[in-house]
Write a protein that binds this ligand. Structure first.
Ligand code: COA
Length: 319
């Protein structure tokens, strides 16, 4: 069972940043070319508009620059770059290579593809690198799903969009922020949500919905149990933004009221690896998180992956 080893060096998030493409596509824009309506999309998904455009590399560089600025760190301070993405700009090399070069980093850089669970996978990996001696790790979640979405398919086109968010993770003497974590996958369910190389996203929406609620709740409960806290102790839940009804159903089962949940889906749609860090960055910018608060990050995605992490903001010994 994965637990955070108390003798390992912990980490805290010291900077965060987001980047969204400028172009806004509303539900009415989609309804102009698809057999759908604003009313259907809003009530079935919670999405009102989404941002479309940019490359995974461009968006990653923009969000990472902001995160470095808030952390007060320079490119040379970073010991490793982990980029979570399902939509790299090329097959080879990893998109993190271009991001590393454009940011002027001189450190190892690699991509992680765990679909919409990717950012939490990357965050846990970043904590692992710090436990092994790295001082500072840049963790980015970026996706440009518009490039693998069939804009003539009303079953998927309203859902998927583009965006990026990043955090700077630094080693901390005070035990660090990660109290519990869980990474899951069930590859036997991969056919419910996939895209072939060069193809568009194919999805059994109903089956994904059903599984999503269950695996999010399972993963969250594992992380809460490893952290030794209950859902009542959470100040904020930052869920993957795929469908507001999935979030509501999962939060209800966890016993978390929606006012303790970070929601961006109405404006961003499903940005996959970017979705959780975008919602976290917005909550931080809005001052919704205080030192000592317990936060749950929880996501699910193709694979079918699930991932969650319980953080104590500022570190375990922070007042
Ligand atoms: N506009 C209008 N009608 C639509 C539509 C659209 N964009 N898409 C589907 N419909 C129709 C269907 O054809 C169906 O019509 P019918 O009753 O005449 O057969 C009806 O709406 C209901 O479709 P259904 O698929 O049952 O809707 P739903 O409530 O399950 O919502 C999703 C569909 C895709 C929004 C929902 O299943 C979902 O969000 N699933 C999870 C997807 C997801 O999160 N994927 C990413 C995971 S990381």
């Amino acid at each position: 069972m994965p637990t955070t080893r108390t003798n390992a060096t912990g980490a805290i998030i010291t900077g965060w940043g987001s980047a969204l493409p400028e172009r806004i596509v509303t539900n009415d824009d989609l309804a102009a070319t698809l057999d759908t309506t604003d009313e259907w999309i809003t009530t079935r998904t919670g999405i009102r508009e989404r941002r479309i455009g940019g490359s995974t590399t461009e968006l990653s560089v923009a969000s990472a620059r902001r995160a470095l600025e808030i952390a007060g760190r320079s490119p040379e301070d970073i010991d490793a770059l982990v980029l979570a993405t399902t939509t790299p700009d090329r097959l080879v090399p990893a998109s993190s290579a271009g991001v590393q070069a454009q940011l002027g980093l001189s450190c190892g850089a690699f991509d992680i593809n765990a679909a919409c669970s990717g950012f939490v996978y990357a965050l846990v990996t970043g904590h692992g690198l710090i436990a092994l001696g790295a001082e500072r790790v840049l963790v980015i979640g970026t996706d440009t799903l518009s490039r693998i979405t069939d804009w003539d398919d009303r079953g998927t086109a309203p859902l998927f969009a583009d965006g990026s968010a990043a955090v700077v993770l630094e080693s901390a003497a005070n035990g660090g922020q990660l109290l519990g974590w869980d990474l899951d996958a069930d590859g036997s369910a991969e056919h419910f949500l996939y895209a072939e190389l060069g193809g568009f996203i194919q999805m059994d929406g109903k089956e994904v919905f059903r599984r999503a609620v269950r695996i999010m709740v399972d993963s969250a409960q594992k992380s809460l149990s490893h952290a030794g806290i209950s859902a009542d102790d959470l100040a904020l839940v930052v869920p993957h933004q795929a469908n507001i009804r999935i979030i509501e159903a999962a939060c209800e089962r966890l016993g978390v009221t929606m006012d303790r949940t970070a929601i961006t889906i109405d404006r961003t749609g499903n940005t996959s690896s970017a979705s959780i860090p975008l919602a976290l960055a917005e909550a931080l910018d809005q001052g919704r998180v205080r030192y000592g608060d317990h936060i749950l990050l929880v996501g699910f995605g193709a694979g079918m992956t699930a991932a969650s992490a319980v953080l104590r903001w500022g570190g375990q010994d922070h007042d």
